[in-house]
Design a protein around this ligand. Structure first.
Ligand SMILES: NC(=O)c1ccc[n+]([C@@H]2O[C@H](COP(=O)([O-])OP(=O)(O)OC[C@H]3O[C@@H](n4cnc5c(N)ncnc54)[C@H](OP(=O)(O)O)[C@@H]3O)[C@@H](O)[C@H]2O)c1
Length: 315
């Protein structure tokens, strides 16, 4: 495993990190086995949230991480009444502090390594978060030592061009951001990543495989072609070759689609690529495919030419 610096936190984080959004409720033993396999492989950052599996993600992680205090845990407070881009803002400093306390209890820790505002989705709600006491409460938690570093995650389904992070990163208010980068949504590469470098903000990439389902996303050729078809249907890509060609992705061989997807992300200037994996076998697959130089210049250029114009996320 290779490690990269997480911006101004000065933490050295594994370049692959573990996204713990799914699996804790239905298959807790498998979830714990996957966490332990990650640790054995050198992964030292795990991303969770109060909202994942209704708190079970944090709760089962707390069990899995007993005796592993060195693993960096990132968790989040979601100041909205739902997951949808149009969900109403419900943030308050009291709720944020209560959420952090609950996270500490469920994770069985006396400090949260990284604490993020979760899925910030409109500029208006970002401004409210910054001015209604929520941001001040995060800073206070950091001063009290209950939280080490603070940041935001975005909701790329609602903000494909990262307007919020383009405002948040230069403000200097945050140590870390969680953002979407994958070869079907590349907008952050030229907009947010250079800002993060300039302001020394750590970057945890989410959805490197475009939050794939078996039907659509960067997990197989049919699923990737289906995602391209959905982009064409929405007018984001032309209804013409090569986008309509079933051999569109042949140039990526010998890499599989998920391997090329992870390699594309790791080839960018990001701190860590956080991938959702529900089994140790899935982890083993991904560990095999992420050696430097990750993805050669010709394939990267072709992916930039093909999908660099996409401005919104489609799953
Ligand atoms: N706004 C936010 O803050 C936000 C939003 C989304 C995600 N996140 C975080 O980012 C993490 C990663 O994002 P994500 O899980 O949504 O999406 P993702 O990592 O792009 O995709 C995860 C899916 O890819 C599959 N997969 C992984 N490796 C594979 C391989 N080699 N071959 C085939 N399939 C493979 C997984 O399958 P299996 O499950 O079957 O292993 C899973 O269904 C999340 O777990 C979460 O921690 C944060």
């Amino acid at each position: 495993m290779r490690y990269r610096r997480l911006g101004r936190t000065d933490l050295e984080v594994s370049e692959l990190s573990y996204g713990a959004a799914r699996g804790a409720t239905g298959t807790p033993k498998q979830f714990i086995a996957t966490v332990h396999a990650c640790i054995d492989a050198g992964i030292n950052l795990v991303d969770t949230a109060t909202g994942y599996d209704d708190g079970d993600s944090e709760r089962v992680l707390g069990e899995a991480l007993q005796g592993h205090d060195d693993v960096i845990v990132e968790t989040k407070y979601r100041p909205y009444d739902g997951w949808a881009p149009e969900a109403a803002y419900t943030g308050s400093p009291q709720a944020l502090i209560a959420s952090a306390e609950e996270s500490l209890r469920r994770l069985r820790r006396d400090r949260l390594d990284i604490f993020l505002g979760h899925g910030i989705r409109t500029l208006e709600s970002y401004e409210r978060f910054m001015s209604d006491g929520c941001y001040d409460a995060m800073v206070k938690l950091r001063e009290q030592g209950k939280v080490c570093f603070i940041g935001l995650s975005e909701l790329s389904e609602g903000d494909g061009t990262h307007e919020i992070l383009q405002r948040a990163v230069p403000s200097g208010a945050f140590d870390v951001v969680m953002l979407t980068v994958n070869f079907l949504l590349q907008t952050a590469i030229d907009s947010v990543l250079p800002l993060c470098k300039r302001h020394d903000v750590g970057t945890v990439v989410m959805m490197p495989l475009n939050q794939a389902s078996p039907q659509s996303g960067l997990v197989s050729v049919p699923a990737a072609l289906e995602c391209v078809r959905r982009h064409v249907a929405q007018g984001n890509l032309p209804d013409a070759p090569p986008y309509t060609d079933p051999h569109l992705f042949d140039f990526l061989q010998p890499h599989s689609i998920p391997a090329a997807g992870l390699r594309f992300v790791l080839a960018q200037r990001v701190s860590t690529c956080c991938v959702g994996m529900r089994t140790p076998e899935r982890l083993a697959e991904n560990l095999q495919v992420v050696d430097p130089p990750y993805l050669d210049a010709a394939r990267q250029t072709r992916l930039r030419e093909l999908f660099g114009s996409v401005r919104s996320q489609v799953r």
